[in-house]
Design a protein around this ligand. Structure first.
Ligand SMILES: Nc1ncnc2c1ncn2[C@@H]1O[C@H](COP(=O)(O)OP(=O)(O)OP(=O)(O)O)[C@@H](O)[C@H]1O
Ligand SMILES: [Mg+2]
Length: 256
């Protein structure tokens, strides 16, 4: 277990402390954005059960950037979806921002996602009939934002698409669509952004631009960034790296 995994931010010697009011250590609950405990996920295949994740434990702190790597079919998208509250686990507990999302029903998870979670899908998943501006405005409108158009315009300027506001997804390149998806994911100012292979469908140059953008937003806004990637350079820019193999998740140091 690496040092950062073992340190949850809690004081190592609480019982030995005789000056609690002078303690500078943040509490584990305030510092921890995501806590995954004994997570197991299985799917039913008729007569058989497929175990995708088994006995997974880890914690991620606020503001961290984390890359998840692993072979195709190892369970990366499954894990991301569970952490984001898109699905609920077969067993175990997931706490996001102090809330046990594994214990919420679908409607409650949807409400939590709308306020605290941004998700960038590999296939962008923009609404084809809406312009870039309208796609980014949508989550702002749903959240009851006062000035959705202004905020969406601002975000699109930030991702370099100020000249493409009225283009529909079909009128945008792959990299531009991915940037709209990132602007949309950041629109609700989420505590955490999940991104599933955000550079997977892009050429090397555009992929670099997207990586820069994600890292800049992580640093400037303090948004916790959890991404799945096959891109060594993007993984190495993250503060922490986890590998999934045979249903287990392990943190590792250094390159892939
Ligand atoms: N609903 C489901 N029913 C049956 N099998 C599933 C289901 N969801 C996922 N799987 C299987 O679970 C495994 C993990 O899927 P997942 O999509 O998480 O992999 P991944 O690591 O994201 O792969 P890739 O790198 O190809 O995107 C795969 O073998 C997949 O076929
Ligand atoms: Mg996947």
């Amino acid at each position: 277990m690496s040092e950062s995994l073992s340190q949850s931010g809690a004081c190592n010697q609480p019982s030995a402390c005789n000056q609690p009011s002078a303690c500078k250590q943040p509490s584990a609950s305030r510092d921890t954005l995501l806590k995954v405990s004994e997570l197991t996920h299985q799917v039913n295949l008729g007569s058989d059960t497929l175990t995708i994740l088994q006995g997974v434990n880890f914690e991620i702190k606020r503001g961290e950037s984390v890359a998840i790597v692993g072979r195709s079919g190892s369970g990366k998208t499954t894990l991301l979806g569970l952490m984001a509250g898109l699905d609920s686990p077969s067993q175990g507990r997931i706490e996001l921002d102090g809330e046990a999302i594994s214990e919420l029903d679908e409607d409650q998870r949807a409400r939590l996602r709308a306020h605290r979670v941004g998700f960038v899908f590999q296939s962008f998943q923009l609404l084809p009939a809406l312009s870039a501006l309208e796609n980014v405005m949508l989550p702002l409108e749903l959240a009851g934002h006062q000035a959705p158009a202004e905020q969406a315009r601002d975000l699109l300027h930030r991702v370099g698409l100020g000249e493409r506001l009225l283009h529909t997804p079909r009128q945008l390149s792959g990299g531009e669509q991915q940037r709209v998806a990132i602007a949309r994911a950041f629109a609700s100012n989420p505590s955490v952004l999940f991104a599933d292979e955000p550079t997977g469908n892009l050429d090397t140059h555009t992929g670099r631009t997207i990586s820069e953008l994600l890292m800049a937003l992580n640093q400037e806004q303090g948004t916790t960034l959890i991404l799945v990637t096959h891109d060594d350079q993007l993984a190495s820019r993250c503060q922490r790296r986890f590998a999934i193999e045979a249903g287990r998740v392990q943190e590792f140091e250094g390159a892939l």
